[in-house]
Design a protein around this ligand. Structure first.
Ligand code: KMT
Ligand code: NI
Length: 179
């Protein structure tokens, strides 16, 4: 997984938007973003199961973010995923095929960091971090999504309410020391 600062230029969200300023592992660690790479062919399920049980994630599904995969819901989902939001749980995704971009906000600077994911990338982003997602030029991301309880996607879009959300407040506290 490659990480770099988003270039903040207008234009197609599926383009790389690479500012040419890389983001190092230390910076991601400080933001509590974790990632691993494990080829889709090599017993990835064991690692995924371990992470799921360690973190108390009981359910999972497979989403195919593409025109074919989402059908009538395609436009709506593409828009919803790219609108800045938080979750009250960690977002855990394992990419099976295709790829895309997870953009996460750096705490305090509010800079966008773009995480370019492809098959084999396992990404954990913390509860309370502002982020968004888009497919890339391949127009297809197939991913395993882990859920703590029911396999239901629920997001809180950025605004006064999300800023005051306890998971947001706790997240900011937890990263403050490293900032
Ligand atoms: C999210 O919450 O940003 C998503 O679930 C994105 C789609 S998973 C490839
Ligand atoms: Ni999300």
């Amino acid at each position: 997984m490659r990480a770099y600062y988003f270039d903040n230029q207008p234009g197609d969200q599926r383009l790389a938007h690479d500012s040419s300023r890389p983001v190092d592992a230390e910076t991601l660690k400080n933001l509590k973003v974790e990632s691993w790479h494990m080829p889709v062919t090599e017993g990835f399920e064991e690692k995924l199961n371990a992470i799921a049980s360690e973190r108390g994630y009981k359910n999972r599904d497979v989403i195919t973010v593409s025109k074919e995969g989402l059908g009538d819901q395609y436009e709506e989902k593409i828009k919803a995923f790219y609108e800045e939001h938080i979750h009250e749980d960690e977002e855990i995704r394992y990419i099976l095929s295709g790829g895309g971009f997870f953009d996460v906000r750096q705490a305090f600077t509010d800079a966008w960091i773009r995480l370019a994911v492809s098959a084999g990338d396992l990404l954990v982003i913390p509860a309370g971090i502002y982020h968004r997602f888009t497919v890339d030029k391949r127009n297809m991301t197939q991913a395993v999504r882990l859920f703590k309880d029911e396999p239901k996607w629920s997001a809180i879009y950025r605004g006064a309410k999300s800023d005051a959300n306890t998971h947001r407040v706790e997240y900011l506290k937890s990263v403050a020391a490293a900032a």
